[in-house]
Design a protein around this ligand. Structure first.
Ligand code: ZN
Length: 345
């Protein structure tokens, strides 16, 4: 009877193991047939009740069945694990022949490119680059530049005030005042100052509450207006083409005397008149002049010993003219369709 039961159990177990298609089913079969409360263990426990003749045969068979089931479970487990690994490899297959995703390299913003171009030119002419704070004292932004508190020219440069005496700088000129002060009355001072400036303007196609400036300053013994004209001519030809001519028109700035506006001959029509130069043949590029004696004096320089020139330009205006950009807001709205056009500019 027990022998038959063992043979039946063997049959059941092997068929269970063969049909198992996951590791969990194998574990269950192990518990069911070989566990501490399983039928084979029960039979082995009950051996004492058997007769002496039966005992060795049943014992031997029970052990054989137990070993066979255990071995078959192990075998099936190895087999299943291998199949599961194959499936996993198949589902995670990598096609190494697919073309990769391209990363488009970035580039400088158009304004940064223009500023670098101007910086390179002036470094080559012996100027160095100076920077200063964007949150500035009224003294450096206005007073040290010959713009006392009640000066009407302040109206043209309304700013964002932090306190009555601290404001967002309206131009990069305070860097000139700070640099002159550092030199303690001893020249030469030969610098350009690029940077962001702020005005309380309503944004439109030609106005932005924040924009860029590049200013230049050269103070030394016997610096003349003709030196300014020479430097500006080199600049105009470098930025807008070798056959550019310049003209200087009288103007007014509180910090220079005399003051001038510089025009260049139109690079589009060559001076005949077109939409870029509004039919005049000339394009206004920048303001300049000889440093006002009051500015030199306030920064500790003796105007009877030193003279100098200063100029200031807007990188946005240069970029807009050179590349036919119609709206200053394009520079600051970070539209990738706009920026992409200047990847190699
Ligand atoms: Zn023109």
């Amino acid at each position: 009877m027990l022998k038959e039961k063992l043979l039946e159990l063997r049959q059941q177990a092997l068929s269970n193991i063969d049909s198992a298609d996951e590791l969990k089913a194998l574990q269950e079969a192990h518990v069911r047939f070989l566990g501490k409360k399983g039928p084979i263990t029960e039979i082995l426990k009950g051996m004492g009740k058997l007769s002496k003749e039966e005992r060795p045969d049943v014992g031997k068979l029970a052990n054989e069945v137990r070993q066979l089931i255990a071995a078959r479970i192990e075998e099936k487990k190895t087999d299943l694990e291998a199949r599961l690994l194959d499936l996993k490899l198949e589902s995670e297959k990598l096609d190494v022949t697919l073309p990769g995703r391209k990363t488009v390299p970035g580039s400088h913003h158009l304004l940064a490119s223009i500023i670098r171009e101007v910086e390179d030119l002036f470094i080559g002419l012996g100027f160095s680059i100076e920077e200063g704070p964007e949150v500035e004292q009224d003294y450096y932004n206005f007073e040290a530049l010959n713009l006392p508190k009640d000066h009407p020219a302040r109206d043209m440069q309304d700013s964002f005030y932090i306190t009555d005496d601290i404001l967002m700088r309206t131009h990069t000129s305070p860097v000139q005042a700070r640099t002159l002060e550092k030199h303690k009355g001893v020249g030469p001072v030969k610098i350009i100052c690029p940077g962001k400036v702020y005005r309380r303007d309503n944004d439109d196609a030609t106005h932005s509450h924040q924009f860029m400036q590049i200013e230049g300053l050269y103070v030394d013994h016997k610096v003349r207006l003709s030196d300014l004209k020479g430097i500006l001519t080199v600049f105009a030809k470098h930025m807008f083409g070798a056959d550019r001519e310049i003209r200087l028109r009288p103007s007014f700035f509180p910090f220079t005397e005399p003051s001038v506006e510089m025009d260049i001959s139109c690079f589009k029509c060559g001076g005949h008149g077109c939409n870029v130069c509004k039919g005049t043949g000339w394009i206004e590029i920048l303001g300049a002049g000889m440093v006002h004696p009051n500015v030199l004096r306030m920064s500790g320089f003796d105007p009877s010993e030193y003279t100098g020139f200063a100029f200031g330009m807007g990188p946005e205006r240069i970029a807009m003219l050179k590349y036919g950009i119609e709206d200053i807001r394009h520079f600051y709205t970070d539209d990738i369709r706009f920026l992409k056009q200047f990847y190699r500019a």
